[in-house]
Design a protein around this ligand. Structure first.
Ligand SMILES: C[S@@+](CC[C@H](N)C(=O)[O-])C[C@H]1O[C@@H](n2cnc3c(N)ncnc32)[C@H](O)[C@@H]1O
Length: 316
């Protein structure tokens, strides 16, 4: 049970700080969304915090922790097949597409602390608020939007709601993702298409539309150091804007305990590595312009998964 007097709350101003902006940059629709949800939480006691840190250290050391890469593909196929079945069995309820890795009733990372939320869907709800802010701010001026590594396409479903006039594309190496998108197009009448795509071997026959934006959301995480092929694909296709919402390990401050733990966990799982550094090299070479980058100090127990870098290829 949470005792009322120890509860704190993530306010609109706190969300703005988390996103690296100010409250007046948050659209009214996003503020309204925040007001419909419960963002109260309790700080952990020092005993609870020690126990959690011990468990994280043990997990980092455990031998059966899966690492990202080619061999995880069947796991993604299995996961999205489950969501696909739940979606169809429910009569096309979009909430059934939410990935099952959103765990309920567990502590979360917030502003370099661990806290225990009141609402079991705290992480999912913060994700909804963040995507509302970032997609409203950065995607309004393009005609086509591509999500690479879109999985069950929940972000694309959100985009179809706010931008019904835009063409949406969802790409993933897992086949059930394309079936989910086919059903979304059929049952909701959205302008959305799914297509097979592998970050490790980008499809040379895929050409992006004029006036388009590309984004990834927790997908490059899965490719470790193997980001060059995808980057070269983007440089060649030269979309008008690229947004990567990812755990970006260069942004952790390793003199800070929670960042250090997240960095260790990130490395242990072979998550995205050296991507920001490579973008910064490309900027020095005059090939891209970095518009914004930000360490969002929020995530599940293990890492801050919603940091972002926004950039523009210069070859248009
Ligand atoms: C953590 S999920 C994120 C899914 C989605 N972006 C979201 O936020 O709900 C990672 C996604 O990346 C995809 N993925 C992993 N490695 C990939 C690769 N080499 N090529 C294409 N997709 C890949 C997985 O199939 C999965 O859908």
């Amino acid at each position: 049970m949470h005792s009322q007097k120890n509860l704190a709350e993530v306010t609109i101003e706190d969300f703005a700080r988390l996103f690296g902006t100010t409250a007046d940059d948050i659209a009214n629709s996003c503020k309204e969304l925040i007001n419909t949800m419960n963002f109260r939480y309790e700080r952990l006691s020092s005993t609870e915090r020690d126990k959690l840190i011990l468990n994280i250290l043990k997990r980092i050391d455990s031998t059966n922790l899966g690492v990202s890469g080619e061999e995880r593909k069947p796991e993604w196929e299995r996961g999205w097949t489950e969501n696909l079945h739940d979606f169809v069995d429910s009569g096309y309820d979009i909430s059934k597409l939410v990935p099952k890795y959103f765990k309920k009733n567990v502590p979360v990372r917030l502003n370099r602390e661990y806290v225990m939320p009141v609402d079991p869907d705290f992480v999912l709800n913060c994700t909804k608020v963040f995507r509302n802010w970032i997609f409203n701010k950065y995607l309004k001026d393009v005609d086509s939007i591509y999500e690479f590594g879109c999985g069950p396409a929940t972000h694309l479903a959100f985009l179809a709601g706010i931008y019904p006039e835009k063409k949406l594309y969802g790409l993933d190496w897992a086949k059930p993702s394309q079936e989910i998108i086919r059903l979304l197009a059929k049952h909701f009448g959205w302008q959305i298409e799914g297509r097979h795509f592998d970050f490790f071997a980008p499809d040379a026959n895929l050409h992006l539309n004029e006036n388009s934006a590309v984004y990834t959301f927790g997908a490059l995480e899965q490719i470790g150091r193997n980001h060059e092929a995808f980057l070269q694909f983007l440089l060649k296709e030269s979309p008008d804007l690229c947004i990567n919402v990812e755990c970006i390990c260069e942004l952790y401050n390793q003199d800070c305990l929670l960042d250090f733990l997240a960095f260790k966990y990130h490395k242990r799982r072979n998550y995205l590595d050296g991507y920001l550094t490579r973008l910064q090299e490309l900027e020095v070479e005059g090939k891209i312009q970095i518009v914004a980058m930000h360490h969002q100090q929020f995530g599940n127990i293990y890492d801050d998964s919603h940091s972002y870098v926004i950039w523009i290829p210069k070859e248009k």
